[in-house]
Write a protein that binds this ligand. Structure first.
Ligand SMILES: Nc1ncnc2c1ncn2[C@@H]1O[C@H](COP(=O)(O)OP(=O)(O)O)[C@@H](O)[C@H]1O
Ligand SMILES: [Mg+2]
Length: 232
């Protein structure tokens, strides 16, 4: 469960990236966050994975009021959150297997579990046969699938993805979106920021639209652009 109550984020520069945002996202929901560049999508995603804190208002992630918790507890809370970025962010000197394993070692998973879980995660994204490949030997879509395996290997309750298809061609983008949907069907909450109109329109999921740091639309089974955008 994710809940924002009157959240404002004001950066050092004075820019207000989010203004009085209130929202609630339930367990297992799949939500697209859309809006023009600079609308505040990345900031909203960062609040969920605890990379930013609100300047005012409260943010609850997995029932913890993260606006209040001390910084030293943040890494521990992050264990329940998987993250995928536009630029994959794999470690170039590690194989696919090692990249995914790294995420399990970081949370001090029992060594006995690691090999099996890493292979299961790679299998889930269809890349078990590429376990020994290095990132540079993989296509963009394959790299993003490894990043996805890394994000889910610890079985997080929440998965956030910030424009995960931004560097991929349309066909590869579909593969990633279908994988994200499968992950949400298994009970993980998925929040995906995107510019991809076609994907949002085709999937008919909940759409939260931001503009200038405010929510201008929150619609079940939404399209990329709201009705207002279709009016002359
Ligand atoms: N670290 C930062 N410091 C100052 N301003 C920032 C920072 N990150 C983002 N911003 C500003 O906050 C606003 C929202 O940015 P962002 O959340 O990245 O939007 P989006 O992901 O929708 O493009 C923009 O005006 C952006 O320039
Ligand atoms: Mg962004």
């Amino acid at each position: 469960m994710i809940e924002f109550a009157d959240v404002t984020v004001r950066y050092q520069t004075g820019v207000k990236a989010l203004k009085d945002i209130s929202l609630r996202i339930n367990l297992g929901e799949f939500v697209y966050v859309v809006g023009p560049s600079g609308a505040g999508k990345t900031t909203l995603i960062k609040l969920i994975y605890l990379e930013e804190r609100p300047s005012s208002g409260r943010v609850f992630v997995n029932n913890v009021d993260v606006s209040q918790v001390p910084s030293r507890r943040i890494p521990y809370l992050r264990r329940n959150i998987g993250v995928v970025f536009q630029d994959f962010r794999l470690l170039p000197r590690l194989t696919a297997f090692e990249n995914v394993r790294f995420a399990m070692e970081a949370v001090e998973a029992p060594p006995k579990l690691i090999h099996r879980r890493v292979m299961e995660a790679l299998d889930q994204v269809g890349l078990a046969h590429r376990a020994d490949a290095f990132p540079e030997q993989l296509s963009g879509g394959e790299q993003q699938r490894v990043a996805l395996a890394r994000a889910i290997v610890n079985r997080p309750k929440i998965l956030v993805a910030d424009e995960p298809t931004g560097n991929l061609d349309p066909e590869t983008s579909w593969e990633i979106v279908k994988l994200l949907e499968t992950i949400s069907v298994d009970g993980t909450t998925v929040v995906m920021a995107t510019h991809d109109r076609e994907i949002v329109n085709a999937r008919k999921k909940r759409v939260i639209e931001l503009d200038g740091g405010r929510i201008v639309r929150d619609q079940q089974r939404g399209m990329y652009a709201g009705v207002s955008a279709l009016l002359p």
